[in-house]
Design a protein around this ligand. Structure first.
Ligand code: SAH
Length: 364
C-alpha cells in the first residue's frame, strides 16, 4: 500500500471494517501506529537461484517465484541484515540453495525473529536435509558479524510442501528459543510457535481485548487458539482461572512454561483442537464466563461455534485478522443469542491490506 499515505491507509481499513461489521454494532476508530515502519519482528526469506546466483526474498504473490529482497521498510532492519549476511556466507561454506523444481540443494528458508523488548534474536535455517556441512563454522562466522544473535536453530524440511518449517529441529547455538516481554509478562517463543509480528500494536490489541472482557476477579476464562498463552496469561491476573487451548504442541509447551515463568498458577493449557475440546467441556456441563477466541485467517468452524454457544459464556472476545471470516462467525453467534457490543479495529499490519479487529459479544 505504498501508493497511499498512512492516513489514507487507515481510512481505507476503517471503511473495509465498517462495510463488513457496522451492521452488528458501531465500529470504533481504528488505532494506527505512530511510526508505521520496520514493525515486523519476524522476517522470513525463501532461498533459491537466479542465473546461477543465490537469491533470497519473498514469493511473488500467488507464485513461487522469488522476488529478491535485501531490505524492506516494514521489516526489522537487523533481521534483514542477518539474512543478507547468511546469503553472502553460503558460497564460502559451499552451501547451496534449494531448488523447488528439481528438489536439489540445501537451504530452503531463513527465519529471523527478534524480541522487541529483550533484543534476543533467533535465526532458523530451514534445510532440505539434516546434514548441514560445517554448521559450527557457519554459526561462528554469522555470530562474528552479528553478535546480537542469541540462538541459531536448524529446522529440517525434506518435504515437497508449501509449509516453511518441517517437523524436526535442533539448536546449533543457544537455547533454541527466544524470550520477549509483552504487557509486563515474559514469553518464551519457539521456532514453530505463533507470535504476533507487530509487538507495539500487540500490546494495544491485548489491552483492548482484556479490557473488553470486563474481568473482575473470579471468572472462568477460556483462551481458545491461545498460541504460547499470551492473552490467557495477561488475562489471568484479573480472572479466577484460565484454560488455554492450542493445536501446536510446541506452542502449548511454551504456554505451560510461560505460565510458570510469570508465576501464574491459575492457568492450564491443553493441546487439542479448540472445537473438540470445548465440545467435551459442554458435554461435561462445564461452564466458562468469558471466551477469548483468536483463530487463524480462515476463522472458526461449526464445531467450535456450536460448542461455544452450548458453553454459554456471558462474553465472547473475538480477535481476528480477517474481518470476512469474522463477519461469517459473528452472524452465527448473533443467530444464537449473542449481541455485538464493541468493535475495535487495530492496525497491526501497516502498508498491507490486512486489518485486525477485536469484537466483544455479550449474551442476550
Ligand atoms: N492468541 C495467540 C495465537 C493466535 S494465532 C496470540 O495472540 O499469539 C492462532 C493460533 O491458533 C495458532 O497458534 C494456531 O496454531 C492455532 N490453531 C489453529 N487451528 C486450531 C484449532 N483447530 N484448535 C486450536 N488451535 C488452533
Amino acid at each position: 500500500m505504498q501508493n497511499m499515505s498512512y492516513k489514507e491507509q487507515l481510512s481505507w481499513k476503517q471503511k473495509r471494517v465498517d462495510i463488513l461489521l457496522s451492521r452488528f454494532c458501531r465500529v470504533s476508530p481504528i488505532i494506527g501506529m505512530e511510526n508505521p515502519l520496520h514493525y515486523r519482528n519476524k522476517v522470513q526469506a525463501a532461498f533459491g537461484f537466479r542465473r546461477g546466483q543465490i537469491i533470497s526474498g519473498v514469493y511473488q504473490s500467488g507464485t513461487h517465484r522469488i522476488v529478491p529482497v535485501d531490505s524492506c521498510m516494514i521489516e526489522d532492519e537487523k533481521a534483514d541484515a542477518i539474512i543478507v549476511s547468511i546469503r553472502n556466507l553460503l558460497k564460502s561454506f559451499k552451501i547451496t540453495a534449494y531448488d523447488e523444481d528439481s528438489g536439489t540443494g540445501l537451504l530452503r528458508h531463513v527465519l529471523v525473529r527478534r524480541g522487541f523488548k529483550s533484543g534476543q534474536i533467533m535465526v532458523v535455517l530451514v534445510t532440505s536435509s539434516p546434514i548441514l556441512p560445517s554448521s559450527k563454522n557457519l554459526v561462528k562466522a554469522l555470530l562474528s558479524e552479528h553478535p546480537e544473535i542469541t540462538t541459531v536453530v536448524q529446522n529440517v524440511n525434506p518435504y515437497n510442501t508449501n509449509l516453511v518449517l518441517g517437523p524436526n529441529e535442533k539448536p546449533l547455538y543457544g537455547a533454541g528459543y527466544i524470550e520477549d516481554t509483552l504487557c509486563g509478562c515474559v514469553f518464551r517463543i519457539s521456532p514453530s510457535s505463533f507470535y504476533q509480528i507487530n509487538p507495539v500494536q500487540t500490546e494495544v490489541l491485548y489491552g483492548k481485548a482484556v479490557g473488553l472482557a470486563g474481568l473482575c476477579c473470579n471468572e472462568t476464562v477460556i483462551d481458545a487458539y491461545c498460541g504460547i498463552g499470551t492473552i490467557g496469561i495477561v488475562a489471568s491476573k484479573s480472572a479466577g482461572n484460565v484454560i488455554g487451548i492450542e493445536l501446536n504442541r510446541d506452542a502449548v509447551r511454551d504456554a505451560v512454561s510461560n505460565a510458570k515463568r510469570n508465576g501464574v498458577k491459575n492457568a492450564r493449557f491443553f493441546c487439542a483442537d479448540a472445537g473438540e475440546f470445548m465440545l467435551e467441556m459442554a458435554k461435561d456441563r462445564q461452564k466458562a464466563d468469558v471466551v477469548f477466541m483468536d483463530p487463524p485467517r480462515a476463522g472458526s468452524d461449526e464445531k467450535f461455534l456450536s460448542s461455544l454457544v452450548r458453553l454459554l459464556p456471558q462474553r465472547i472476545v473475538y480477535i481476528s485478522c480477517n474481518p470476512e471470516t469474522q463477519e461469517r462467525d459473528m452472524k452465527y453467534l448473533t443467530k444464537n443469542g449473542y449481541t455485538a457490543k464493541a468493535i475495535q479495529p487495530v492496525d497491526m499490519f501497516p502498508f498491507t491490506h490486512h486489518v485486525e479487529t477485536v469484537v466483544l459479544m455479550s449474551r442476550g
